[in-house]
Design a protein around this ligand. Structure first.
Ligand code: 2PG
Ligand code: MG
Length: 428
């Protein structure tokens, strides 16, 4: 039987922040049903594709019924009868039907929901796990980055840096690595409680304590790593996502009560990495400060990973400009920043060819969909950040990795981390 798309149906569901989002079902003529839902960011890059929302008074203007109707109307019509196997063709049809570079007509949320659901239906009808369908035999487990302290737009902790993450650098296997950062996360909770600090969590499951500064957050993390019986910089390393576009205004960084120039911001990071076992800095500078990314990369790019998130927005064309300018050495990959699987894969391929590392990322507003876990394995992406073990929409991704690890077998190790210079940190 020739497999074809028989029906496409979207509905409005809710994400982890209680905001509406879109879920799409794609059914094939043999009954296989692919279902996918779309996440949503808070600290979004200005050049991300358009997430279509309804406006008006219903659900605080955040409804997605327009996007739902676009799927149930024009997109459905276009998809019926198509083969689910040619992902590139499916995505191309969606891009052409929309007809805008920002996907604003149909909505990138509508388009991505369909792109993901078609892919899942194809894997299901082949009775293949999603990671196998997408990745073939060349699958690899990524290194997890756990977001354990939340600030910026993701929590009311008063800390300007949005994310403080830990990663199991001294472990080869996913489960043992995950256990080490989970132990550290729980130790951090008891340290915060002992200091009478709040242990409620932010949007991504990290704690949101009212600490005085980012350095204090890092010191507390180091205490948690050490008290859990691990060596900072050897077993577990630290990463940060300042999401600095959020505090960049009129050419200056409004950071921790000061107004810093780009050079001062770079110097601040320089001092941080000298002092602490930090191995990765995401969005250290703003998406509106391209020129300063050049000296940032020149000065720190050999020592640590410099990830571009808001600045590249997973967009192959924008990323190409960045590669040409020698900006960053790594890219954050978010499917909903660009809106289709094929374009996301194009960006990942570009990164690989240019020697950039890739980190697949959740959004701060997530659903129970675990697509990114399979996607990270299939792409051999090397790294994933998907929050901490306190919120089911994050835990579900880690649990999916554990299942995949079990299937791939004991010999499967996590991708080695390439930036070694700031490991086994001399000061420790
Ligand atoms: O800045 C980020 O990297 C993301 C995910 O952690 O946040 P948001 O989804 O709010 O853009
Ligand atoms: Mg970011």
């Amino acid at each position: 039987m020739q497999k074809k798309i028989e029906s496409v149906k979207a509905r409005e569901i809710f994400d982890s922040r209680g905001n509406p989002t879109i879920e799409v079902d794609v059914q094939l003529n043999d009954g296989a049903l692919g279902r996918a839902s779309v996440p949503s960011g808070a600290s979004t890059g200005d050049r991300e594709v358009v997430e279509l929302r309804d406006g008006g008074s219903r659900l605080r203007g955040k409804g997605v019924l327009k996007a739902v109707n676009n799927v149930n109307g024009p997109i459905r019509k276009k998809m019926i009868g198509e083969s689910p196997y040619d992902q590139h063709h499916i995505d191309q049809l969606l891009i052409e039907l929309d007809g805008t570079p920002t996907k604003k007509n149909l909505g990138a949320n509508a388009i991505l929901g369909v792109s993901l659901a078609v892919c899942r239906a194809a894997a299901l009808t082949e009775r293949m796990p999603l990671y196998r369908y997408l990745g073939g035999v060349d699958c690899e487990l990524p290194r997890p980055f756990f977001n354990v302290i939340n600030g910026g737009k993701h929590a009311d902790s008063g800390i300007d840096i949005q994310e403080f993450l830990i990663t199991p650098i001294g472990f080869d296997h996913f489960r043992e690595g995950l256990e080490s950062i989970d132990n550290t996360y729980h130790k951090l909770k008891s340290i915060l409680a002992d200091k009478a600090l709040v242990t409620s969590v932010g949007d991504e499951g990290g704690f949101a304590p009212h600490l005085g500064s980012s350095e204090e957050a890092i010191e507390t993390l180091i205490e948690a790593i050490t008290k859990s019986g691990y060596q900072p910089g050897k077993d577990i390393a630290i990463a940060i996502d300042p999401a600095s576009s959020e505090f960049y205004k009129n050419g200056t960084y409004h950071f921790e009560g000061k107004q810093l120039s780009s050079e001062e911001m770079i110097r601040y990071y320089q001092q941080l990495i000298q002092k602490y076992p930090i191995i990765s800095i995401e969005d250290g500078l703003s998406e509106h400060d391209w020129e300063s990314w050049v000296p940032l990369t020149k000065q720190l790019g050999k020592k640590v990973q410099l990830i571009g998130d808001d600045i590249f927005v997973t967009n192959p064309a924008i990323f190409s400009e960045g590669i040409k300018k020698g900006i960053a050495n790594s890219i954050l990959i978010k499917l909903n920043q660009i809106g289709t699987i094929s374009e996301t894969i194009e960006t990942i391929k570009k990164a690989r060819r240019a020697g950039y590392t890739t980190m697949i990322s959740h959004r701060s507003g997530e659903t129970e969909d675990t697509f990114i876990a399979d996607f990270a394995v299939a792409m051999g992406a090397g790294q994933i950040k998907t929050g901490a073990m306190a919120r089911t929409e994050r835990v579900s991704k880690y649990n999916q990795f554990l299942r995949i690890e079990e299937e791939l077998g004991q010999d499967t190790i996590m991708t080695p981390f390439p930036f070694k210079e700031n490991l086994s940190h001399p000061s420790l």
